[in-house]
Ligand binder design. Structure first.
Ligand SMILES: Cc1ncc(COP(=O)(O)O)c(C=O)c1O
Length: 393
């Protein structure tokens, strides 16, 4: 064998069955092979286990799928290249032309755009309500046959808490499926509810370090396998190296999440004492309108806090720019603290009514709290509040 041939067929190294690596290796291979055509056909017909092409499945992805399904308390999981891909491909996989979707003005903006603009283009109708409007949900479900109710809890960014059992029981009664974007609560929350499909942005708490994009769809086996057939064709698969980084991040998920919640609680308590701050929202605060519901539904309350600054939009901008430990950036749930000022949070194209539902004003600020020392973060908030020139009235 010439070296030019040899380098494309390098020596195979197999690990003895009684000798395992403690960290699973990254299967950075697109293709897998079997020794004969019959076995390859059996694999492609689903008659035996194995892997063929990484767009559909891969051992590194499989490990992460099994971990996430267990954490969310469901049978199966499939992975996508981003959280947006998980949300959007699930909706495309579940909906047909002529069907109807209910969603909410408080939701993550790209999800709203996907439903109203893209699904609309393919003949899927929609109704947008406020997540607070349970009577409205019942009314629409009773009057319009609905395929899917798509919601978040807590909502991003205004941190409204959805009444999950009321929404799922209404949907079940009227023959609609529920799709819960559980990104802000985390994969250890909300598994007890009768939700049909959970989606997560793995980019946030689950990978945790802000260095990788990913998404997950978690549901019963039958739903996931039906969606997997579509996903393999859509092609927005997670890369094995990204799956490896996410699996590695998960090892510290509970430690990070606990620390972030402790920090967020300390910051929320401190912000509550500051006269420049109004409309403070953190589901762990007794003053949050749905604190009791949050306590019933969630083990903990996450790391996102939103509030308004009495000084208005200019003061909010100065506040964000004066912070030194919080970076002005998108995303949430990572180890470092982040801030979004109102100029970067404002929904576009909303009516006055929808703006009220969204609970975002021209002075709303969103913080995502990291794992830094809480006293350092509080000192940073205090100096930035002084620098913002925001008054107490
Ligand atoms: C609630 C929610 N869902 C989905 C996404 C999209 O996730 P990704 O950025 O991984 O595509 C985000 C991102 O911020 C989000 O906050």
């Amino acid at each position: 064998m010439k070296h030019s041939t040899f380098v494309t067929h390098p020596p195979q190294v197999t690990v003895p069955s009684d000798n395992r690596s403690l960290v699973a290796p990254v299967y950075q291979s697109v293709k897998f092979t079997l020794d004969n055509v019959e076995e390859t056909q059996r694999l492609s017909h689903g008659e035996r286990e194995g892997f063929w092409y990484s767009r559909k499945s891969n051992p590194t992805l499989r490990q992460l799928e099994l971990t996430l399904a267990e954490l969310q308390g469901r049978e199966a999981c499939l992975l996508t290249a981003s959280g947006a891909a998980a949300v959007n491909l699930t909706m495309l996989g579940l909906c047909e032309q002529g069907e109807h979707v209910i969603f909410f003005s408080e939701m993550y903006q790209p999800t709203r755009t996907m439903i109203s603009r893209v699904l609309g283009r393919y003949g899927v109708g929609h109704t947008m309500l406020s997540i607070d409007d349970i009577d409205g949900i019942e009314h629409v479900l009773a009057g319009t046959p609905t395929r899917l109710v798509v919601f978040e809890s807590p909502t991003n960014p205004a941190l409204k808490v959805a009444d999950i059992s009321r929404i799922t029981s209404l949907a079940r009664r009227h023959g609609a499926l529920t799709l819960l974007d559980n990104t802000l609560a985390g994969v250890h929350n909300h598994g007890q509810f009768d939700v049909d499909v959970y989606v997560h942005s793995l980019t946030k708490y689950i990978s945790g370090h802000g260095d990788v994009l990913g998404g997950a769809v978690i549901a019963d086996e039958a739903v996931v396998e039906a969606l997997r057939a579509d996903m393999a064709i859509f092609g927005a698969s997670l890369d094995p190296h990204a799956a490896f980084l996410i699996q590695r991040g998960l090892k510290t998920y509970f430690l990070r999440y606990e620390r972030q919640c402790q920090n967020a609680t300390a910051l929320a308590d401190h912000l509550a004492s500051r006269p420049e701050v109004s409309a403070l929202r953190y589901p762990g605060l007794k003053s949050h309108a749905q604190h009791e519901l949050a306590c019933e539904q969630q083990h903990d309350f996450g790391s996102v806090i939103t509030f308004d600054l009495r000084g208005g939009s200019e003061a909010a901008k100065k506040f964000a720019e004066a912070l030194t430990l919080f970076s002005i950036s998108a995303s949430l749930g990572s180890t470092e603290s982040l801030v979004l000022p109102p100029q970067l949070l404002q929904p576009r194209g909303f009516t006055e009514q929808q703006m009220t539902w969204s609970a975002i004003t021209e002075s709303t600020v969103r913080l995502s709290v990291g794992i830094e020392d809480s006293q350092d973060l509080i000192s940073d908030i205090d100096q930035a509040l002084s620098a913002s020139g925001s008054s107490a009235s």
